[in-house]
Design a protein around this ligand. Structure first.
Ligand SMILES: CC(C)(COP(=O)(O)OP(=O)(O)OC[C@H]1O[C@@H](n2cnc3c(N)ncnc32)[C@H](O)[C@@H]1OP(=O)(O)O)[C@@H](O)C(=O)NCCC(=O)NCCS
Length: 167
C-alpha cells in the first residue's frame, strides 16, 4: 500500500464539519406517513461521507455504521437536518459522528431524532487505502469524543474479527 511521502498536517474538527438537510417527501414514507428508517440511514451515510472527505480531501468508503436509534418519527413535509464531523482519525480510517434533527417548518420546533458513529476509509484512485491527517480536538466535547472514539474502534475491530471468523 502506498505511504504518504510527507507527514500529514493535523486538522481541527471544525475543518470537517458538514451540514446537510433534506425535505421529507412522500415517496420515502412508510405506511404511517413517516420517513423510512432506511432513508434516514442513507442521509446519515451521505453526511458522514462528506465530513470524512472534507477532512481527508480524498474519496472514502463506509467501513462500518454503529447502531442507530430512531427517537422520534420524521413526518412527511418536515425537514431532516444532519450535522457531521470527524471525531478522530486513525491511520487510513476516521470515526465520524452524525447527529440527526427534525425541524417542523410550520412551527419551528426542532428535535434530535438519531445519532450515529460511522467509520470511513480513505482510498486513492486505484482503490488503495491512504493515510489521512490526524484530528486536533479543541473543545472539551471534541476531546471527550476523541478519547471515546479510540475505545469504540477497539470494540468495532473485535466485532469485525468475530464476523470474519463467522461467530
Ligand atoms: C473498508 C475496507 C476498505 C477495509 O479494508 P481492509 O482490507 O479490511 O483493510 P484494513 O483491515 O487495513 O482496514 C483499513 C482501516 O479501516 C479500519 N476498519 C476496517 N473495518 C473496520 C470496521 N468495521 N470498524 C472500524 N474500523 C475498521 C481498520 O482498522 C483500518 O484502520 P487504520 O488504517 O486507520 O488503522 C474494505 O473492507 C472494503 O472495501 N469494504 C467495502 C466498503 C464499501 O464498499 N462500503 C460501502 C458499503 S457496500
Amino acid at each position: 500500500m502506498p505511504e504518504a511521502k510527507t507527514p500529514l498536517e493535523p486538522k481541527p474538527v471544525r475543518a470537517s464539519v458538514c451540514e446537510y438537510s433534506e425535505f421529507a417527501l412522500p415517496n420515502d414514507a412508510n405506511g404511517f406517513g413517516s420517513l423510512l428508517g432506511g432513508k434516514v440511514m442513507h442521509l446519515v451515510d451521505l453526511a458522514g461521507a462528506m465530513a470524512a472527505m472534507r477532512h481527508a480531501r480524498m474519496p472514502v468508503v463506509t467501513a462500518s455504521i454503529d447502531h442507530m436509534n430512531f427517537l422520534h418519527p420524521v413526518r412527511i413535509g418536515q425537514l431532516v437536518l444532519l450535522r457531521a464531523s470527524v471525531n478522530r482519525a486513525f491511520r487510513t480510517s476516521m470515526e465520524v459522528g452524525v447527529k440527526v434533527f427534525v425541524e417542523d417548518l410550520l412551527t419551528g420546533e426542532t428535535r434530535h431524532t438519531s445519532s450515529a458513529y460511522l467509520t470511513f476509509v480513505a482510498l486513492d484512485e486505484h482503490g488503495n487505502r491512504v493515510p489521512v491527517p490526524p484530528v486536533i480536538p479543541e473543545t472539551e466535547d471534541e476531546k471527550r469524543r476523541f478519547e471515546e472514539a479510540g475505545k469504540r474502534r477497539q470494540y468495532r475491530l473485535e466485532l469485525r474479527e468475530g464476523e470474519r471468523k463467522g461467530v
